[in-house]
Design a protein around this ligand. Structure first.
Ligand SMILES: [Mg+2]
Length: 234
């Protein structure tokens, strides 16, 4: 199973880590408001941050950057566009990362669904593009790490989803064949197309009711709009 926007709610987690990073930044660079004739509010700054990070992660899904590169690029671009000096980038990045490892807002019914899957006898694995220690910390603090037999996180694996080598390495580690595994995730690119290219069965979690691309709307792709719906198909 994917982690962000499948088990953990990405936007509130992102906002929480952003606020913690801004609190650190405002003590280091308290004069930001004098840089702009109209000072940015925290909401403005979060919108800017979310736009920049969203664009870079989206570009990474299409192979323009690695996830490791994005982790360096978005703090730098945010600080530059928000008017902070270059020396603000590192404190912002470190504070965001430290706070991110503590964010753990759950997607509705994540615990109940994992419990039900475990009771049905399924072996559960997490698969995510990020830092391994941060994602495991978040799952632990959300109280769901114990459901997973193993966690496959891109920085540990050496490849990012949707690279087929990410899935091949995960399969090697759990000693399962592609058709024995069902990948569940909210990203059509990284979770569904990536996993299908590696031969895995897939379930698309359409959290916000996004319409499917034309070619997939006619396929047999299973689409769920809430986690408990998954239980109908397993
Ligand atoms: Mg996701």
């Amino acid at each position: 199973m994917d982690i962000d926007d499948t088990l953990l709610d990405y936007i509130p987690c992102c906002r929480e880590a952003f606020e913690a990073a801004m609190d650190v930044l405002s003590t280091v660079h308290p004069t930001l408001s004098t840089v702009h004739s109209t000072p940015y509010t925290r909401d403005d700054l979060f919108s800017l941050f979310f736009e920049i990070s969203g664009r870079l992660f989206s570009e990474a899904k299409h192979g323009l950057h690695t996830i490791a590169e994005v982790m360096e690029l978005y703090p730098a671009e945010f600080c530059e566009k928000a008017g902070y000096p270059p020396q603000a980038v590192e404190p912002f990045k470190q504070a965001f990362r430290a706070a991110w490892g503590k964010t753990h807002t759950l997607v509705p019914y994540a615990v109940e669904t994992l419990e039900a899957l475990q009771q049905k006898g399924y072996r559960l694995f997490a698969a995510s593009n990020s830092f391994g220690h941060l994602q495991r910390s978040r799952l632990e603090q959300a109280g769901i790490l114990h459901f997973f037999e193993d966690t496959y996180i891109s920085m540990d694996i050496g490849y990012d989803k949707p690279d087929v080598r990410f899935y091949e390495e995960a399969l090697r580690r759990c000693q399962l064949k592609p058709l024995e595994v069902l990948m569940v995730g909210d990203s059509m690119t990284t979770d569904i197309i990536g996993a299908q290219n590696a031969g895995l069965a897939t379930v698309f979690f359409s959290r916000r009711g996004d319409a499917l691309p034309e070619d997939l709307s006619r396929s047999n792709l299973i689409v769920i709009t809430s986690l408990p719906e998954l239980l109908q198909y397993v």
